[in-house]
Design a protein around this ligand. Structure first.
Ligand SMILES: *Cc1c(COP(=O)(O)O)cnc(C)c1O
Length: 386
């Protein structure tokens, strides 16, 4: 029996997989079980920030594996403490809670916002305002936060206390703040799953000042946009705001599961002993890998991410069959004349792995993808779009 057919028989059918079994990788190249080589522009959905078998990342992870792989949160470990310190020093945040995924980082963010507001204004102040077309995760609470109805069908009742407003509509946000007892505002600076849609700077800044006026936390979901993806350490840094809570995951671990919820001065003491927890959270191997990722995202490196993003934008914007290019840094959405899935399948055939987001082709290459591979892949995408 082939791996494909074993998987089809025994793995829950929640994913529409491409007909490819991947067996190994190196840098931004992946090899299939049939020996075919691919240039990877998806990085496992923005996760393998430095590609495959990156020496520094593997060194950090294997060194920790050689010491202790898990301790539980009953004890201190160095990688967890040092990663939290690095994240705080680089963002100005004060405390970090570690979980294992983006959804878990958002669950923590929502709990912090609700407890802050319950203590300040009373337990009926629990409603979190999020945006239509957002994506915040697959747990029942983060699904409720997600502003896309098609994810909600047949999973009712979801966690109550979430309302959605259209992105970039300041009036709608003001109106909602006037009509619900809000506990927080939550948004992605660039909506990823929603089709790589950046919010306007003005909107994000107004949302931040409205949150401050109402004394409710502003939560920025940086699960996809964070950790260098958009050309700054976190995307909010390009919007001129300082959030109260930041959630992140995906690229943070470089390929191992980790999520983090960063808390500002305003909310740093909201969670106390017993308020939250996660058995795997702060796992020393994941934290050691994440620390090596975070420490490499300096200004010089981030400038290269931006330059590569601009290169892709210029090469595809206005190309035949391309109706528009959106995004920031190396988080790129391409609106194609042909259905996105058709373009992605043609790229796969020619040895380039791409993603989709809504009706767009989405690219999330490794942040250190070599220029030659990036330009070769972009050429194949241009052909596929025609
Ligand atoms: C992927 C994603 C999530 C969910 O992350 P998981 O690790 O799959 O739980 C949440 N928010 C955003 C913006 C994402 O892109």
């Amino acid at each position: 029996m082939s791996i494909t057919s074993i998987d089809k028989e025994f793995v829950s059918g929640t994913y529409g997989r491409f007909p490819v079994e991947l067996v190994s990788g190196s840098g931004s190249l992946l090899t299939g079980s049939d020996g075919k080589q691919y240039i990877d522009l998806g990085s496992g959905i923005g996760v393998t920030a430095f590609g495959f078998r990156d020496e520094a990342w593997m060194g950090a992870v294997t060194a920790q594996l050689g010491k202790v792989q898990h301790t539980s949160n009953l004890y201190y470990t160095e990688p967890c403490a040092l990663l939290a310190k690095a994240l705080c020093e680089k963002t100005g945040m004060k405390k970090v809670f570690f979980g294992n995924s983006g959804a878990e980082a958002n669950e923590c963010a929502i709990k912090v916002a609700r407890k802050y507001s319950a203590e300040k204004k009373g337990p009926d102040c629990y409603t979190i305002i999020t945006l239509l077309n957002s994506f915040h995760g697959r747990t029942l609470t983060t699904l409720a936060a997600t502003g896309q109805d098609h994810f909600h069908e047949l999973f009712q009742p979801l966690t109550p206390g979430f309302v959605h407003v259209p992105a970039n509509d300041i009036g709608a946000l003001e109106q909602m703040l006037g009509s619900v007892k809000a506990a927080g505002i939550m948004l992605e600076c660039v909506q990823g799953e929603g089709g790589v849609m950046p919010l306007t700077k003005e909107y994000v800044q107004v949302a931040a000042s409205l949150a401050a006026q109402h004394d409710i936390p502003l939560i920025i979901d940086e699960v996809q946009t964070g950790n260098g993806r958009t050309g700054s350490l976190y995307a909010y840094m390009q919007f001129g705001i300082q959030p109260d809570i930041v959630s992140t995951a995906k690229g943070l671990g470089g390929g191992l599961p980790i999520g983090a919820c960063l808390m500002s001065e305003k909310v740093q003491y909201v969670l106390g002993p017993g308020d939250h927890g996660s058995t795997y959270g702060g796992n020393p191997v994941c934290c050691a890998g994440a620390l090596s990722v975070i420490n490499r995202l300096d200004d010089e490196f981030l400038a290269q991410v931006k330059a590569k993003g601009e290169y892709v934008f210029d090469a595809l914007n206005g190309a035949e069959g391309v109706e528009g290019v959106s995004g920031m840094g190396l988080m790129i959405g391409i609106k194609t004349r042909k259905p996105a899935r058709e373009v992605v399948n043609a790229c796969l055939e020619k040895g380039v792995l791409c993603l989709t987001a809504k009706d767009k082709v989405r690219l999330l290459p490794a942040l250190n993808i070599p220029m030659e591979q990036l330009s070769a892949a972009v050429e194949i995408i241009r052909e596929a779009c025609k």
